[in-house]
Design a protein around this ligand. Structure first.
Ligand code: HEC
Length: 162
């Protein structure tokens, strides 16, 4: 009986050790991100061209499947841009403010997540060729750009740089 308990204990211990080893391996292999673009480059290179495609749907609805696919592609790209904006260490005039906010999951994070959620909605609307839905959500999308810029855009409207 005693030795049975002992072997049970050994078994539990080895599982514990194995778990520690596996956890250690998982931690060592955790991916690390290396931000390449500045926030401004992301805005100019990804956010502006792709949000333009979505904003335009209201005035200039897609005419064929190819144009709808284009709207889908822009929406899915913009959705992923929200994730890119959550990677800390990205250069911007307000880098420290942004990095602190990402850690606290504050306003920056909220706006970046809103960008992802709205763009995902836009993707589904584009898949359903639902102009009405895209039209309705464009105001919300624009408001998300404005909310974030109100705090984090260095120009803050026409105010000078800090
Ligand atoms: C999570 C915050 C955030 C969201 C959301 C966001 N932006 Fe920005 N945007 C910024 C910041 C910060 C800058 C300034 C970056 C810098 O100069 O370091 C910027 C800069 C810009 C600029 C450059 C202006 C200039 O000075 O040349 C444009 C254009 C722009 N954003 C468009 C948009 C549009 C359009 C959307 C919405 C579809 C959007 N942004 C959503 C944070 C955001």
């Amino acid at each position: 009986m005693k030795s049975k308990n002992m072997s049970k204990l050994l078994w539990v211990e080895s599982i514990f050790v194995l778990t520690l080893i596996l956890a250690g391996t998982a931690m060592a292999q955790a991916p690390s991100f290396r931000p390449v673009a500045t926030v401004l480059q992301i805005m100019q290179g990804m956010v502006v061209p792709n949000s333009d495609v979505i904003f335009k749907v209201s005035h200039n609805p897609p005419k064929d499947d190819k144009e709808w696919t284009n709207v889908q592609n822009s929406a899915i790209t913009l959705a992923e841009v929200g994730n890119l904006l959550m990677i800390p260490g990205r250069t911007s005039v307000y880098k420290d403010l942004i990095d602190t906010d990402i850690k606290r999951n504050g306003d920056w994070a909220k706006n970046a997540k809103a960008l992802t959620e709205l763009s995902t909605r836009a993707f589904h609307a584009a898949s359903a060729k639902d102009i009405k839905e895209l039209d309705a959500m464009n105001n919300e999308l624009e408001a998300t750009c404005e909310h974030c810029h109100a705090t984090y855009h260095p120009l803050r409207g026409n105010e000078p740089l800090p």
